[in-house]
Write a protein that binds this ligand. Structure first.
Ligand SMILES: C[S@@+](CC[C@H](N)C(=O)[O-])C[C@H]1O[C@@H](n2cnc3c(N)ncnc32)[C@H](O)[C@@H]1O
Length: 230
């Protein structure tokens, strides 16, 4: 920047800088909007378009359960889980980003929820305790997991006998017939790929819902849900 100044004169330099700042602000705003459904100011709105109780019912989550939320972000689902399993239950909130877990703990503290424990996972290992989980939940995150077969193996080991894994994803209409890799690049995934992977990992599919409503009420993003059993 220092070299540009004498070459173009002060006014041109100022216009150049202002444009750069505006562009930067726009970028920041756009990234904020695309993350909005995961952050606390938008949780009330998310309660309107996502039927969390139905998701939990489908997975058979009940008070006293030990559950895990893999890819928990700042804790939208973990807060709901903590309330549902109650004081006798336990929630393990897993993410690969420490900043997300820190924020999640703040949200839990404000809500006086004491049954949440965070785990800093690796991309290929959620580091859950073995043989202790009733239910593991992965919402809008499975498509981000590159080593999905390894992660499924770890999850299987973490579950009690007959323990369940709930996976919810949004299928974007334009990517419906694309390959797995192409879908992942579009941040989406079809049930058909995940079903194959679950079976290969030794799970049985016990519930399959093709349409759980629209993600953020957007017409081209249909949520689907699978419940698999160990
Ligand atoms: C799109 S957000 C979904 C957030 C949350 N499940 C929800 O529905 O509000 C995906 C989250 O998964 C995390 N993540 C990505 N890969 C992961 C992995 N292999 N293990 C655990 N967390 C992962 C990201 O850091 C991010 O916080």
């Amino acid at each position: 920047m220092k070299t540009l100044r004498p070459l173009v004169g002060p006014s041109l330099y100022l216009i150049f800088m202002r444009t750069r700042i505006k562009y930067l602000l726009l970028l920041l705003l756009a990234s904020g909007i695309s993350q909005a459904q995961y952050k606390e100011p938008d949780w009330d709105y998310r309660d309107q378009w996502m039927d969390v109780d139905r998701i939990f019912r489908m997975g058979g989550i009940t008070p006293g359960d030990t559950v895990a939320d893999i890819g928990c972000h700042e804790g939208y689902l973990s807060m709901h889980l903590a309330q549902t399993v109650g004081k006798l239950g336990q929630v393990y909130s897993v993410d690969v980003r420490e900043d997300r877990l820190k924020k999640l703990l703040e949200h839990a503290r404000i809500r006086k929820l004491t049954n949440i424990q965070t785990i800093l996972g690796d991309y290929d290992n959620p580091h859950l305790p073995q043989g202790q989980l009733d239910v593991v939940l992965i919402v809008d995150t499975y498509h981000e997991i590159g080593s999905y077969m390894t992660v499924l193996e770890h999850i299987r080991r973490s579950l009690k006998p007959k323990g369940r894994l709930i996976i919810l994803e949004k299928l974007k209409e334009h990517a419906r017939n694309k390959s797995r890799d192409e879908q992942v690049r579009s941040h989406t995934l079809s049930r058909k790929y995940v079903k194959q992977e679950l079976r290969k990992a030794g799970f049985g599919i016990v519930t399959e819902i093709k349409d759980m409503g629209k993600w953020e009420e957007e017409e081209d993003k249909t949520m689907w849900l699978l419940v698999a059993e160990k």
